[in-house]
Design a protein around this ligand. Structure first.
Ligand SMILES: [Mn+2]
Length: 389
């Protein structure tokens, strides 16, 4: 079985107010070429199709046209689309039936009662369990293991490769580029251990984490393909899709990573670390005028940013093709940084509990363990409420 593994397209994302359709057009053209050249049995898009649960009509139409073009590029190819945590699950179920007549499987929900409902066989080629994102607390006990068991029952003695699509955080993954992440929660999803997938799969096609990688401990069978187009400036790695081939059940997959080029790369000035405001402005002035990159300035602050800092930066970018986005102000660490003001970037990066602790410190209150767990409970309840709406 040969398939193309991709995820996290985040269609409809505006990057600091800039429309990204041109970049997604370029991505689609490249993926269509890859499909024509390699004629894979399947194309797996493992969640986060859209950037928001309410994509505009234009963005939805873009995706419908994209699916048609991908189908026409190689009509024998089955296309699997699953919903991610950024997607509306319902939205990915509406046109399920007509899409199926075109070999396209759009899947918004997991079937909690019957794991087999999420399993689709490619006769003589392989078996795909297409699992969209499911809020951790609503996921049935032992769900992933049960699905893998069900695939093996279907497989019986056929010896077909078993592929599981999932949109989740797997413990031990590198989460560079995802803010507010820890070993237990990456990008807002609680981590699952690899052991929860049980045994008997040949490849787990993951979505959610934007950095392409093999998951540690997965024996070269569990992979995040990463986002094909950078979603944030912190994704300082190359972006790609993964072309996977598996001979038969039990055989090791072979993977070819195919880079996707973005006509508007995301560039930080300086690329690593920070510079003073004046030095960063100079880097922007020296930036090649014909490079249509998005620009972020990484500025180290000892005091406040100068007045009209953004205007100064926009002016430095005038007459150039680049798109100035923001000044990422990082405050120099001092020994006494309580009761100091935070920059907006620092505020945005901080977790709710960090802000609460800071508030307690500044106002001379004791934020003890009991208060912390109460606070965490309140945040969790709020998050749950948000998801249910
Ligand atoms: Mn994503």
């Amino acid at each position: 079985m040969k398939f193309l593994h991709t995820s996290d397209w985040h269609l409809g994302q505006q990057l600091y107010g800039y429309d990204r359709t041109e970049e997604h057009d370029a991505m689609l053209r490249q993926i269509i070429e890859i499909v024509k050249e390699n004629e894979p049995d399947a194309l797996l898009i493992s969640g986060d199709i859209y950037h928001s649960t309410t994509p505009s009509k234009e963005v939805q139409q873009w995706f419908v046209n994209a699916l048609m073009q991908l189908h026409n590029a190689y009509a024998e190819m089955k296309i699997f689309v699953t919903a991610g945590n950024h997607d509306s699950q319902k939205l990915h179920e509406i046109f399920k039936s007509p899409w199926e007549t075109l070999n396209i499987h759009e899947i918004g929900y997991i079937d909690k009662e019957d794991p087999e409902k999420n399993i689709i066989e490619l006769p003589g080629k392989g078996i795909v369990a297409a699992l969209p994102y499911c809020y951790e607390r609503n996921l049935p006990d032992d769900y992933y293991r049960k699905v893998v068991e069900a695939t093996n029952q279907i497989n019986n003695s056929q010896g077909l490769p078993v592929v599981v699509m999932a949109h989740t955080s797997v413990r031990g993954s590198q989460f560079e580029g995802h803010d507010n992440s820890s070993i237990d929660n990456i990008g807002g999803i609680e981590c699952v251990g690899l052991e929860e997938f049980g045994e008997g799969y040949d490849y787990v096609a993951l979505g959610h984490i934007h950095k392409p990688q093999w998951v540690h401990g997965g024996d070269g069978r569990v992979r995040y393909c990463g986002s094909p187009v950078a979603v944030s400036f912190d994704e300082k790695f190359s972006h790609s899709v993964s072309l996977v081939e598996i001979g038969k059940h039990g055989e090791k997959p072979s993977v070819k990573v195919i880079e996707i080029e973005n006509p508007h790369p995301l560039v930080s000035l300086p690329a690593d670390g920070t510079k003073s405001f004046d030095e960063a402005i100079q880097l922007l002035k020296d930036f090649p005028s014909d490079n249509p990159a998005y620009i972020r300035l990484n500025v180290e602050l000892t005091d406040a940013l100068p007045a009209l800092a953004n205007e100064t930066a926009s002016k430095a970018a005038e007459g150039k093709q680049c798109r100035f986005c923001l000044i990422n102000a990082v405050r120099q660490q001092t020994s006494d940084n309580t009761a100091k003001s935070m920059t907006i970037a620092e505020f945005q990066k901080a977790t709710p509990i960090e802000i609460a602790k800071r508030y307690a410190d500044d106002s001379g209150k004791v934020f003890d363990d009991e208060l912390q767990s109460l606070f965490n409970e309140a945040v969790q309840a709020l998050n749950e409420e948000k998801r249910n709406n």
